[in-house]
Design a protein around this ligand. Structure first.
Ligand SMILES: NC(=O)C1=CN([C@@H]2O[C@H](COP(=O)(O)OP(=O)(O)OC[C@H]3O[C@@H](n4cnc5c(N)ncnc54)[C@H](O)[C@@H]3O)[C@@H](O)[C@H]2O)C=CC1
Ligand SMILES: CC(=O)[C@H](N)C(=O)O
Length: 387
């Protein structure tokens, strides 16, 4: 049915021949090229996967029943989240089926851990070459300029987050890819309900980052409805990770405080002590990403989901870390740019739709988060570093 909708949409509007070609492929029930693979996978995943089980948690893998696992390309893969996601997806789909890409040179351990390729998402032709040559079927689009850096370089953020996203969208439609694009708590603004921000409400963000993410949500959903694009999107809270550094966001303090606590025992926080924001440990974030990627299309009542784990202030976080490191000293030097952004974001996040539709459930609350972070970054903790 999606295939029919897909073809009709383009053909009726007299769009270019590519779409007519796709319609012919669809009518023939498959065919050659990258497009047919994505389309075929889409229908098979809807029919062969089961919805959330009784525990509502894990979905059966689509790849377990398919002959071929997906071929995944991760853009912007050398940031805070990409390497961890590649590790998780490689465990699931095989090392060589997950290609990390970025415009930066990877560190040696990343270069040797699986396929890596240079990809600038602003280079449309290069992106197409990569998708075609590597038979990519799923695209995880992580390239972005985050909130704080975006406000200091609006034109860069506009290029990467909007123009780059358009290139990704074109590739996904052209080649029938399943595409995952993360959105953020930053897609809400001061006129949104903030405590909590619901799944569906007014979204008038005041940052270029937020505007670009709302744009991505809307374009992805529009292409889904108009052309049957298999677009999937999670609105992530601030993500906290031990072995990767954040890339210029407003929630970065919640990662930096752990490193400072372990290294020097003193942290200078750039947000006010009472700034409450939604946060999540990276393992929960990456697992949610895998779960939404694998969720049967029939379970999804929307294509953009809030996901939530916890909310805390710098003051709460400090108290929790002090249970392990009682001498931690935190001083405050508020960055007005970051503070203004944080003050316009949700304080808490409502995610019942994700919990209902595909069984989302977080594992880490504040106490577990602090324990996991300190275990990983404490020097000499060989067990943590081996994982
Ligand atoms: N880390 C977090 O707390 C959250 C992240 N997200 C989203 O998740 C995604 C991944 O986030 P992070 O890994 O934290 O971001 P990051 O800022 O750490 O990494 C982004 C990567 O994009 C790359 N990039 C920049 N311009 C590029 C271009 N022209 N072509 C290709 N790559 C380019 C950068 O080199 C960088 O490695 C982003 O879309 C972000 O908006 C959403 C909410 C929270
Ligand atoms: C919450 C995000 O999207 C990111 N960490 C940022 O602070 O910009």
């Amino acid at each position: 049915m999606h295939l029919q909708r897909f073809s009709r949409g383009f053909v009726n509007r007299g769009d270019k021949t590519m779409w007519a070609w796709r319609a012919a492929v669809a009518r023939a029930g498959g065919g050659g090229g990258g497009g047919s693979r994505g389309l075929g996978r889409r229908s098979s995943s809807s029919s062969s996967s089961r919805a959330s089980g009784a525990d509502g948690r894990r979905h059966r893998a689509t790849c377990a029943e398919d002959a071929d696992p997906p071929r995944v390309l991760i853009t912007g893969g050398l940031g805070q989240l990409g390497v961890g996601l590649a590790k998780l997806l490689r465990r699931r789909f095989g090392k060589n089926n997950v290609i990390l890409s970025d415009i930066k040179k990877p560190p040696n351990h990343v270069y040797h851990s699986g396929p890596f390729i240079y990809s600038d998402i602003l280079d449309h032709k290069n992106l197409r070459e990569i998708v075609v040559n590597n038979n990519v079927s799923w695209l995880v689009h992580y390239s972005a300029v985050l909130s704080a850096v975006g406000e200091s370089n609006v034109s860069l953020a506009r290029d990467v987050n909007i123009t780059g996203f358009h290139n990704v969208l074109d590739m996904a439609v052209e080649h029938g890819l399943r595409v995952f694009v993360p959105s953020t708590i930053g897609a809400f603004g001061p006129s949104s309900p903030r405590d909590p921000a619901p799944q569906l409400c007014v979204q008038r963000p005041r940052t270029i980052y937020g505007v670009s993410k709302v744009h991505a949500e809307l374009m992805g959903e529009y292409y889904h409805h108009r052309y049957g694009l298999d677009f999937r999107c999670l609105r992530y809270p601030g993500i906290i990770s031990a072995d990767s550094q954040p890339g210029g966001g407003t929630t970065d303090y919640a990662v930096q405080i752990f490193h400072a606590a372990v290294k020097s025992g003193h942290f200078e926080c750039n947000l006010r002590n009472d700034t409450r924001l939604p946060m999540m440990y990276i393992d929960d974030c990456l697992r949610a990403t895998l779960e939404i990627l694998e969720a049967p299309a029939s379970a999804l009542t929307t294509r953009t989901y809030n996901i939530n784990a916890m909310s805390f202030t710098p003051s709460h976080l400090t108290q929790e870390i002090r249970k392990v490191l009682p001498d931690l000293r935190v001083t405050y030097r508020v960055d007005p740019l970051r503070q203004a952004i944080a003050d316009s974001w949700p304080m808490a996040f409502e995610d019942s739709t994700a919990r209902r539709d595909w069984g989302w459930k977080h594992d880490y609350d504040l106490a577990e988060l602090v324990q996991a972070m300190l275990t990983h970054i404490t020097p000499g903790n060989r067990l943590a570093h081996a994982n």
